[in-house]
Design a protein around this ligand. Structure first.
Ligand code: NAD
Length: 267
């Protein structure tokens, strides 16, 4: 891999496990200094940071609950103190609180909205404020700053039993596009990555047994469950100058899950 993100600074939220951990490692492999955010798992975050450092990169870990404004403010201050600036925000932190609609509590609804949607608002706002406050470096990055929102195929695919999650990701989609429209003239790019089924702790039940994986594969034309690196590599590209003319777009990284695979035998 060429060092396409050399001399850039990235913050990845929810990076102590799963997709976020892979995104952090891939950004570092592309040359970025990476702040690894975690909420409750410092050991996981430290493992990611140690792997980056061992490979010759630069990393710090930073604790914050992305749904808490004061935490987000302190997190950005810590990143700027450590690395002096920010070029890339990957808003990846997210969770599920699944329930049948009639049984869903307000607490389950609110928690998913607070982390998955309000957390993206708070982090994107802090990033944009930082981008606008710092000097452009066109020799390092064509854009003044880049924001990548981790969404989901469930920003377009309805999901029974998960209305809070699907509503939050649908919200992320239009947050991303509206923000992209508002700040493109400042040379800030805002895009989303929507993963399909990726092998991580969040959806262990869906791939853990051979029966569950077989059922899942019926929904994936490309014939395999995704790996976190599939997402990490897509994020590197969206953060790099190779995608410089792209803003306001959602990149579906899903092995074809959004292609209505049940219609393969239709007609
Ligand atoms: P994961 O559970 O391993 O990762 C989620 C991360 O977010 C965890 O590290 C968790 O600690 C962190 N987090 C949760 N609440 C937080 C908070 N309040 N503040 C800061 N961090 C917090 O699962 P994952 O699959 O790696 O999920 C990462 C993102 O990818 C999520 O936004 C998820 O919705 C999205 N996604 C995952 C899949 C998939 O198939 N795995 C598919 C589509 C979208």
């Amino acid at each position: 891999v060429g060092q396409v993100l050399k001399d850039q600074v990235a913050l990845v939220t929810g990076a102590s496990s799963g997709i976020g951990a892979s995104v952090a490692r891939e950004l570092a492999r592309a040359g970025a200094a990476v702040a690894v955010n975690y909420a409750g798992n410092p050991a996981g975050a430290q493992t990611v940071a140690d792997a980056i450092t061992a490979a010759g990169g630069r990393a710090i870990i930073v604790k914050a609950d992305v749904s808490v404004e004061a935490d987000v403010t302190a997190m950005f201050a810590a990143v700027i103190e450590a690395f002096g600036r920010l070029d890339i925000l990957v808003s990846n932190a997210g969770l599920q609180r699944d329930a049948a609609f009639v049984d869903m509590t307000l607490e389950e609804w609110d928690r998913v909205m607070a982390v998955n949607l309000t957390g993206q608002f708070l982090c994107a706002r802090a990033a944009v404020r930082q981008f606008l406050a710092q000097a452009p470096r066109p020799e390092v990055s064509a854009a003044l700053g880049k924001i990548i929102c981790m969404s989901s195929v469930h920003d377009v695919i309805p999901w029974a039993g998960h209305v809070n999650y699907a509503a939050s990701k649908g919200g992320v989609s239009l947050l991303m596009k509206s923000l992209a429209q508002e700040i493109a003239e400042k040379k800030i790019r805002v895009n989303a990555v929507s993963p399909g089924a990726i092998r991580t702790p969040i959806n262990r039940a869906a791939w853990e047994t051979p029966e569950a994986e077989a059922a899942l594969l019926k929904l994936i034309p490309y014939g395999r469950v995704g790996d976190p690196e599939d997402i990490g590599r897509a994020v590197v590209w969206l953060a790099s100058d190779a995608s410089d003319y792209i803003t306001g777009t959602t990149l579906y990284v899903d092995g074809g899950m959004t292609l209505y695979p049940e219609f393969r035998e239709g007609g």
